[in-house]
Design a binder for this molecule. Structure first.
Ligand SMILES: C[S@@+](CC[C@H](N)C(=O)[O-])C[C@H]1O[C@@H](n2cnc3c(N)ncnc32)[C@H](O)[C@@H]1O
Length: 296
């Protein structure tokens, strides 16, 4: 494929416009990501496609579209991985972690009948894992192992490639600059020799997290348990209003009453969501009780 503006083959974009639109529609149906609304987003999509098509041996968008429709999982995964924006870092939008710490401290002093207490957290678009590990560090800054809580963090993303990186937990040394100093040595070990520019998240933190693929466009969110906290940040910026509303509605049913949903700071809830009450910037509490038929 010939290069052009930003690596985009402009001639191909013009001549195979129908194929391009079909791919954009497929992307929207499959992931909720809409990259059709501005010329800038279309260029972004074309530029990302131009990076994978030669490797897949495909010359035209129409060809790629057919391959995606054929249901080949490997091609779908390469496609999704190439298109998604995975930008993230440790303790991104730090105020949310301060709020989480306060809410955890409140939970901790609440009387409980059971001997072992449970905390369930869902990091719903975890990208390369920094957000999930930041959640684990924040939880551990309030709830110590000796407190005897069962802590389970589920970290999911649609992009199976980026999740391999998340599960490995290996990052460039400078990426932990945004981690509070006292947590750096407690939760990261530095590589030796050729790996000395990298750190690995320690087992004590990794063991709190389960990484699994999950598409927020799934018609239902079939989790066995309710979550105390859901972080779903900086993913719905690419969704249209109906998809945002459906996602929020499904998230609400995954929270236990009194549980909290954290969105990205540039994301707000659109439309009526009577079951959620805003309690801080981009933080919502489930105020609805369990509905008939909703598992506890
Ligand atoms: C910009 S990153 C945000 C990462 C992290 N939540 C944060 O705020 O730093 C957006 C992530 O959303 C994921 N994503 C996009 N569409 C998704 C979908 N339909 N279901 C699940 N994850 C999705 C992408 O793969 C990407 O890793």
């Amino acid at each position: 494929m010939a290069g052009g503006v930003f690596g985009v083959d402009v001639k191909m974009l013009e001549s195979d416009h129908a194929g391009f639109s079909k791919i954009a529609d497929y992307l929207r149906r499959e992931s909720g990501i809409n990259l059709t609304l501005s010329a800038k987003n279309q260029t972004l999509l074309a530029s990302r496609l131009s990076k994978i098509m030669p490797g897949l041996g495909m010359q035209t968008y129409a060809e790629l579209h057919l391959a995606l429709l054929s249901g080949r999982r490997d091609i779908r995964d390469i496609f999704i991985s190439a298109i998604t924006t995975n930008t993230t870092h440790f303790f991104r939008e730090r105020q949310h972690f301060d709020i989480l710490r306060k809410l955890l401290a409140e939970l901790q002093i609440k009387p409980e009948k059971k001997k072992t207490r449970e905390l369930r957290v869902w990091c719903a678009a975890c990208s390369s894992g920094e957000e999930a590990y930041s959640l684990a560090m924040t939880i551990r800054s309030v709830i110590q192992p000796a407190d005897n809580w069962t802590i389970k963090i589920l970290a999911t993303d649609i992009d199976t490639e980026i999740m391999k990186k998340a599960a490995r937990g290996v990052y460039p040394l400078e990426s932990i600059d945004s981690v509070p100093e006292n947590m750096r040595s407690a939760y990261f070990e530095r590589g030796r020799g050729d790996s000395s520019d990298f750190v690995r998240v320690r087992h004590s933190l990794r063991e709190l997290i389960t990484f699994a693929p999950f598409n927020l466009m799934s018609p239902s969110y079939p989790f066995q348990f309710k979550f105390d906290f859901i972080f779903c940040r900086n993913v719905m910026i690419y969704f249209d209003k109906p998809e945002i509303q459906q996602t929020i509605r499904k998230m609400e049913t995954c929270l236990r009453p009194g549980g909290h949903l954290f969105l990205g700071h540039s994301e707000t809830i659109v439309g009526a969501t009577p079951g959620l009450k805003s309690c801080a910037a981009a933080v919502y509490e489930r105020i609805s009780t369990l509905r008939k038929g909703e598992a506890a």
